[in-house]
Design a protein around this ligand. Sequence first.
Ligand SMILES: Cc1cc2nc3c(=O)[nH]c(=O)nc-3n(C[C@H](O)[C@H](O)[C@H](O)COP(=O)(O)OP(=O)(O)OC[C@H]3O[C@@H](n4cnc5c(N)ncnc54)[C@H](O)[C@@H]3O)c2cc1C
Ligand code: SF4
Length: 326
Amino acid sequence: MHPFTYTRVSDTREALTAGRRGGRYLAGGTTLVDLMRETVERPEALVDISGLPLREILVTRRGGLRIGALVTMAETAAHRGVRALYPVISQALELSASAQLRNMATIGGNIMQRTRCTYFRDVTAACNKRQLGSGCAAREGFNRTHAILGTSDACVATHPSDVAVAFAALEATVVVLGPDGERGVPFADFLLRPGSTPSREQALRRGELITAVEIPALPRPLRSGYLKVRDRQSYEFALTSAAVALHISGGVIRHAKVAAGGVGTVPWKLPAVERQLIGRRPSDALWAKAAERAADGARPLHHNRFKVELLKRTVERQLRVVGGGK
Ligand SMILES: Cc1cc2nc3c(=O)[nH]c(=O)nc-3n(C[C@H](O)[C@H](O)[C@H](O)COP(=O)(O)OP(=O)(O)OC[C@H]3O[C@@H](n4cnc5c(N)ncnc54)[C@H](O)[C@@H]3O)c2cc1C
Ligand code: SF4
């Protein structure tokens, strides 16, 4: 572990000042401290934001949500409004990490977490995300858990968050605070694909602080849910996952929100699947036809070809679970 300073801030202005000086925000600490211990991350200054007043979940009058950045994963998953309005969020969180971690880890920290690519976490391996220009050991190495969508020559790592897949499906907005006030970043623009600069992972400007994630109100009734496929049934990251929300009225699908996890360098929205669903009547044949589009554009690697078919089946199964089968 490298030497660092530690400051605990009590208001957002103090946090922003420290953040603009290069301090790294520390929320639950469940992933940043691990990375520091492994010397993958070497911040010189830690700014503990856990005392900031960003711990509230608000349900808007129309049925949207505003989840404070410091609300824990456990608190969010258990919140009555979240469970009633967006079970897909609760389910994605409850299938994440462990109960102990969920009690510490925050929503802001969750969407900011870094990849679980083993080469990224091994400081002796070539990794463009850790050290730009050093190469990518995963491309020719063991890449079974890596991405098949959104990859670049520089990096093929997946984004590991589960709840981020639900946020992508629901078209959430990340609210960030900077020196000029708050701005909203559409979730689709918040996490960045690797391109030629895989170390740049989010659309945050220097020192900006996430204050909340907002979920728009969607037409009701809305059914939603999250399916996670993994090597073991707990304490494991997704090989594939699917977040689905459907508004069905008069026997017809009026709105469809679908995204996949475990397959993309960022949570992967599936507009081609959504288009197949809208305006049609739920049926097993429809779920199968729509899910065929889930892997459009996939570029599998040597060890992860199986993800193409697994992704389609994951999406099909979750469409059936949420939309009902016939
Ligand atoms: C063993 C293990 C298993 C796990 N399994 C899963 C899993 O299955 N699914 C899953 O989704 N996650 C999983 N996780 C990841 C876990 O969810 C994250 O560690 C956690 O959500 C991070 O939140 P935190 O508050 O502890 O973040 P911290 O560790 O405090 O911070 C993480 C990063 O976010 C930044 N940050 C934090 N808050 C803010 C803010 N408000 N504004 C700007 N930047 C901020 C920090 O600077 C840091 O870079 C697992 C973690 C572990 C250790
Ligand atoms: S896939 Fe990305 S994170 Fe993994 S070794 Fe390659 S560059 Fe690094």
